[in-house]
Ligand binder design. Structure first.
Ligand code: ADP
Ligand code: 5GP
Length: 214
């Protein structure tokens, strides 16, 4: 049995189209004890997106009210829309020792890292090339040419923050990137300082050694 440990805040960032949503979905399917932080946003839902599943879709006024009332762990403007991570579900998950996965941009990553550095594992996903990034954005078929152009322009800015992250994955092959992501999470969970039950386990073993030596 694994000993109790502190919950992790897993931050996944990348330029749009590099594959972080695909990786996030795969990680959630791998471990159903993970909790996904559903962000609030003022952007319009895309086809197939459902309120409360991909995002909480909110008006600008409702979003600003959440910020003013201190309900956001972090928030930022991306592509002219507001995005933010509601605080309450994260605090609930962490207090139960559950890990939380965030699909957020570098601005949100920085804010959470500043507030809760000890609990954060940050991972940046790079595309193998700019060409692959554009092909993936177009292949996803979700955005107009204008939006794709804007996302490509913003990519340079997002990529410039790669070195602020603990880990960097180059998403050539999705299966390989998925495996690498699982390896990171597995290793981070095993960090000594996160395994709260180890002290008790070692103390019990010492007691046992003591009693055997008598
Ligand atoms: P992001 O969340 O970073 O914007 P997505 O996960 O939506 O990116 O991926 C963008 C598109 O690229 C999707 O159509 C996805 O299926 C595809 N994709 C993701 N990873 C790979 C990969 N390694 N090789 C080819 N296509 C990929
Ligand atoms: P999209 O509109 O494509 O779903 O997301 C656009 C960008 O916003 C992505 O880089 C995504 O990671 C980021 N994003 C999504 N939710 C949040 C959030 O809650 N906070 C921050 N800072 N960025 C977010």
């Amino acid at each position: 049995m694994q000993s109790a440990r502190r919950g992790l805040l897993i931050i996944l960032s990348s330029p749009s189209g590099a594959g972080k949503s695909t990786l996030a979905r795969s990680l959630m399917a791998w471990d159903n004890s993970l909790s996904f932080s559903v962000s609030a946003t003022t952007r319009a839902p895309r086809d197939g997106e459902k309120d409360g599943r991909e995002y909480y879709f909110r008006t600008r006024d409702a979003f600003k009210q959440m910020v003013d009332q201190g309900e956001m762990l972090e928030h930022a403007e991306v592509f002219g829309n507001l995005y933010g991570s509601p605080k309450a579900p994260v605090e609930a998950a962490i207090s139960q020792g559950r890990d939380v996965l965030f699909d957020i941009d570098w601005q949100g990553g920085q804010q959470i890292n500043t507030a809760m550095a000890d609990d954060v594992v940050s991972i940046f996903v790079l595309p193998p090339s700019i060409e692959a990034l554009e092909t993936r954005l177009r292949g996803r078929g979700q955005d107009s040419d204008d939006v794709i152009e804007a996302r490509m322009k913003k990519s340079r800015d997002e990529i410039s923050h790669w070195a602020e992250y603990d880990y960097c994955l180059v998403n050539h092959d999705i299966k390989e990137a998925e495996e690498q992501l699982r390896a990171i999470i597995t290793a981070e969970r095993l960090k000594r300082r996160r395994q709260l039950g180890l002290m008790d386990l070692v103390r019990d073993m010492n007691d046992e050694f003591e009693s055997r030596s008598q």
